[in-house]
Ligand binder design. Sequence first.
Ligand SMILES: O=c1ccn([C@H]2C[C@H](O)[C@@H](COP(=O)(O)OP(=O)(O)OP(=O)(O)O)O2)c(=O)[nH]1
Length: 179
Amino acid sequence: MILTGPEITAAAHDGRLRITPFAADQVNPNSYNVRLGPTLITYTGPVLDAHRPNPTQETTVGPDGHVLQPGELYLGHTLEEVGSDTFVPLLFGRSSVGRLGLFVEITAPIGDIGFHGQWTLMLTPIRPLRVYAGMKIGQIMFFVSTGAVDLYRGKYQAATGPQPSAYWRDLARLQVVAS
Ligand SMILES: O=c1ccn([C@H]2C[C@H](O)[C@@H](COP(=O)(O)OP(=O)(O)OP(=O)(O)O)O2)c(=O)[nH]1
């Protein structure tokens, strides 16, 4: 079951959902629009290494926006902190943004019950596209869960701003378990 707009509003007010800041005009019939935050990061190395932290550089989106280039991966973030200890969140692009050829997530739309923080957006455009901080870029749906709940305690908990891949931390944990 998916939360309707009115139920999203009710849950944001009674604490089953945490959306900070919350604005009534971002509620859709069955999702909540999230806005693009001002910070973008890109990886600077010619080859990304899944087993190691990768160097990044940061850009701040100014009042005139920032042009995203095809072929580049930009990690952005939501202005809102969104999470729930009750519902399963899923992040998608907005249709109006997809119609401009922009992907806002790549292969990983699923949020965990218990994650709270700003969401990292994986931005890549089909064509050069000027984006603006504060634009309503994506939407999050909330699903009712069933079964016992084991709250998220993962690598990206309490994220503020875009988070580069911490896949390498999985290896460090495996090595500790193996030793
Ligand atoms: O596009 C997305 C998708 C998810 N998340 C957040 C919410 C989610 O709860 C958390 C972790 O996502 P996931 O479980 O897919 O990441 P992982 O690579 O498996 O890391 P972990 O081991 O921390 O679960 O990241 C984002 O910020 N952006």
